[in-house]
Design a protein around this ligand. Structure first.
Ligand code: EPU
Length: 431
């Protein structure tokens, strides 16, 4: 198993190019199941979850070509010939919960889907009951048996459905089903994340009729057929946020290129409060971490446009080095503080009280052997390691490879001392 070895102490200086958003690319690839024509997606990040989704779609009969060489961030998908009873197997779903995003498109296009139930994961129970309720509202028959969900429908019918709680992939799943349903669907209490908007933009290019994506009410007029399209995936706001925090934490001066500053507003506002200077220009954000000493500031995670749960762990790493005490409240997932214990092993002073973490700041961090427990928790350990004295060895790096493209190369490019040991990944062709 790969490990990252990081020697802390260097301020990060220079430019980092932000990759395409994993959480926008995954639903976009699933959307290709809605048509028998070719969908070409650009700015696809080269991360493990994308490869998992390629395998998932290929197992259903779709032809999926992940680009290489100069076209390495492009994927071409043609789902003209789906297998008779398309299925997302337990083997794949257990490694990537977002596999359940194929439910909506499959039942809408093929009238049948069989998807393994995802089960809990490191950050919480994460049921998909609201996806299923939405599909049922559109007329699908759902059976849960032997650890699998089977959804069937001759033809879905438009309906009004209000999500009991805001869910990102739930909104995406039901929206994808509704585009091929007969008549009008109104979805209420929808997620407003930029990834939902990006998916709607792709679906509209494919011929869908959707209004209101990005607000809490989405209206969809069903069409009988969708066509192929070409689409560029939005930049990854969570990757950008992670590097913004890395720049702030190390007292560095980093320019992030190819990002969308408007998607980073809640974090940038918080960074100003903490004493970090942030400058925005078209497609770029510059973070200057040496402007003033870091001051503690509380956060509470919320759905977009609030402070993202996917940045909570990395922000906690920053707060370990701020003057004063901060309270971090996690409102989205019930068990997303696994990184706190590992940060404490490096010298942080963090107490967990239910959904709140109380961080007493500015304790020196020292390198240690630590374990990544999930994608964003691993990112927070990387950030802590960048300011810890001596060497930190992060185990179970496969978590980070699920969602960060070439993180060690990007960090090395701005002055961090990072190396990967263990089974080296297959060599990648650089830009
Ligand atoms: N929930 C339910 N029932 C459902 C669906 C969700 O109770 O049917 C609950 C969840 O258990 C959670 C809350 O609602 O407590 C919100 O979950 P949501 O459905 O929004 O999460 P998700 O769609 O499974 C996506 C991202 C996550 C990100 C969350 C929240 C993708 C592929 N994943 O997950 O990303 O944390 O939204 O913003 O888009 C990551 O990238 O590291 C990651 C975990």
């Amino acid at each position: 198993m790969d490990k990252l070895v990081i020697r802390g102490g260097n301020p990060l200086l220079g430019t980092i190019r932000i990759s395409g958003a994993k959480n926008a690319a995954l639903p976009a690839m699933a959307a290709a199941l809605l048509t028998d024509e070719t969908v070409i997606l650009e700015n696809i990040p080269q991360v493990r979850d994308i490869e998992t989704e390629r395998r998932l779609l290929a197992a259903m009969g779709a032809e999926v070509e992940l680009g290489y060489g100069r076209a390495q961030h492009r994927t071409t998908i043609c789902a003209a010939n789906l297998t008779k009873n398309p299925e997302a197997s337990y083997e794949l779903v257990k490694t990537m919960r977002a596999s359940s995003l194929v439910l909506g498109p499959l039942v809408a296009r093929a009238g049948f889907a069989r998807v393994s139930m995802p089960g809990g994961c490191a950050i919480g129970a994460r049921p998909i009951d609201l996806h299923l309720k939405g599909l049922e509202k559109l007329g699908a028959q759902i059976i849960q048996e032997h650890g699998y969900i089977e959804a069937r429908a001759k033809k879905l019918k438009g309906a009004r459905y209000s999500f009991d709680r805001i869910t990102v992939t739930g909104t995406e799943d039901v929206m994808m089903a509704a585009v091929l349903a007969e008549g009008e669907t109104v979805l209420e209490n929808c997620a407003r994340e930029p990834e939902v908007v990006d998916l709607a933009t792709l679906l509209v290019k494919m011929g869908a009729k959707i209004e209101g994506a990005g607000t809490s009410t989405i209206k969809i007029k069903g069409v009988s057929k969708l066509k192929g399209a070409r689409h560029r995936i939005i930049p990854d706001r969570i990757e950008a946020a992670t590097f913004l925090l890395a720049g702030a934490l190390t007292g560095g001066d980093l320019m992030l290129q190819g990002c969308e500053p408007s998607h980073l507003t809640s974090l940038m506002n918080k960074l100003e409060e903490v004493g970090v200077k942030v400058k925005v220009s078209k497609g770029c954000v510059r973070v200057m971490g040496d402007a003033a000493p870091l001051k503690a500031a509380d956060i509470a995670t919320e759905e977009y446009p609030g402070f993202p749960t996917d940045v909570q762990a990395q922000y906690m790493a920053l707060m370990t080095q701020a003057e004063g005490t901060s309270i971090i409240t996690e409102n989205i997932f019930e068990n997303r503080f696994m990184h706190a214990q590992e940060l404490c092993r490096m010298g942080a002073n963090i107490r967990i009280e239910g959904r709140r973490a109380i961080v007493r700041g500015k304790t020196p961090l020292s390198g240690a052997a630590v374990q990544a427990s999930d994608l964003r928790a691993s990112a927070s350990l990387v950030l802590a390691a960048l300011v810890a004295n001596d060497e930190t060895i992060i185990d179970r790096v496969y978590h980070i490879d699920r969602g960060y493209e070439r993180i060690e190369e990007k960090l090395r490019g701005v002055g961090a001392q990072v190396k990967r040991i263990g089974n080296i990944l297959p060599e990648r062709i650089s830009d």
